[in-house]
Write a protein that binds this ligand. Structure first.
Ligand code: PMP
Length: 352
């Protein structure tokens, strides 16, 4: 607390990212990073960009990356917005589309940054409870009287996915406000709503290069949507920071998006490892929610989640424990690592 802080700063409740401890080498299964290297083409493009060109500002519009994304999703470049990680894209979308006075609808158990942005912009959250199986119930997203809706698909930290028909239902039921579909994990097993963009002018799809494309370190995320929604985000971005994505990141992200074969290869590997891990965890007595992501959300009927988390950390394995939160206090979220890392996890759990 400083006497120079405004009431605004004092009122904030900032997001706390998963720990990135530096004291020793951990098996990191706590922040949903990829265990695989980024595309070698992306690495080469970034290495080439480390040159005298770095004295120049990057392309403020990020055109090469927008074109690559547009091609990949069969959209036009003016239907693509890029930012410094999808967190920044979300932050701008919340400011631009949801700070209109009415509450913003999102699930009671979902990505915890939404509440932080809501706090930052003075938006009242209208929390819509997942059902007892941790499913989003589309019928609960009707007649809401809200400024907008955020749906995370697949949801985090549950890992559960909605069908495209369910997403369409929510879009139709909320046609006069923006429906933001956060698809950070979609490449690991759900269907992207990007195919609905030309039909629904209220749809904003947000994705990231941090998970399936193994590039969390360069901070690139994007939104796909109607040109007018995208233009709104550009107006905000250009009122805040003209160059949020640097030259190295633009070069690497563009090459990564173009390397679709590698994306598929590492997603397939992660999915195969996930299926084996589910079996192994179930054999140890865990309840594992069905996952369409690169993590699993688990609970053990007889064991305390916090104790497991601490014991694993002691053995050099980090998983995500959310503290004493309502509904998920006895759950752990475990990122899918390599086969070897998951075998080490199973072995460690056996000793507990
Ligand atoms: N959305 C969801 C649901 C997430 O879990 C994350 C990762 N913490 C993000 C968005 C943000 O990802 P990034 O800023 O790395 O693109």
């Amino acid at each position: 607390m400083s006497r120079f802080w405004t009431d605004k700063i004092a009122s904030l409740d900032p997001y706390v990212p998963g720990e990135q401890p530096q004291d020793k080498k951990y098996i990191k299964l706590n922040t949903n990073e990829s265990p695989y290297a980024p595309s070698s083409k992306a690495l080469a493009a970034m290495a080439a960009e480390v040159s005298e060109r770095l004295r120049l500002y990057p392309d403020p519009n990020g055109s090469a990356l927008k074109n690559a994304l547009a091609k990949s999703y069969q959209l036009e470049a003016n239907q693509v917005f890029i930012g410094n990680g999808s967190d920044e894209v979300l932050a701008l979308a919340f400011m631009g589309y949801f700070a209109g006075g009415k509450p913003l609808a999102f699930a009671d158990v979902t990505y915890s940054f939404y509440k932080v942005y809501a706090g930052l912009y003075g938006i009242e959250p209208k929390l819509i409870s997942l059902n007892d199986n941790f499913d989003i119930v589309p019928a609960d997203y009707q007649n809401l009287d809200v400024s907008g809706v955020v749906v995370t698909n697949p949801n985090a930290p549950t890992g559960k996915a909605l069908s495209l028909a369910d997403i369409e239902f929510i879009l139709k039921a909320n046609s006069d406000v923006v429906v933001l579909v956060d698809e950070a994990y979609v490449d690991f097993g759900a269907q992207s709503a990007s195919t609905l963009i030309n039909q629904y002018p209220n749809l904003l799809v947000v994705q990231t290069l941090s998970k399936s494309r193994a590039l969390a370190g360069i901070r690139v995320g994007y939104a796909l949507g109607h040109p007018e929604l995208i233009e709104g985000l550009e107006r905000l971005k250009n009122s805040f920071n003209s160059y949020p994505v640097d030259r190295i990141a633009l070069a690497g992200a563009t090459a990564a998006v173009e390397d679709e074969a590698y994306l598929k290869e590492i997603c397939d590997k992660t999915i195969a490892t996930r299926e084996q891990s589910v079996k192994d965890l179930e054999a140890l007595g865990f309840n594992v929610l069905p996952s369409a992501t690169n993590f699993v959300f688990v609970t053990h009927p007889e064991k305390d989640a916090e104790k497991i988390y601490l014991a694993l950390k002691d053995q050099g394995i980090l998983v995500r424990y959310f503290g004493n939160k309502p509904r998920i206090g006895n759950y752990l979220r475990i990122t899918i690592g390599t086969n070897e890392e998951m075998a080490a996890l199973t072995a460690a759990l056996k000793t507990l």
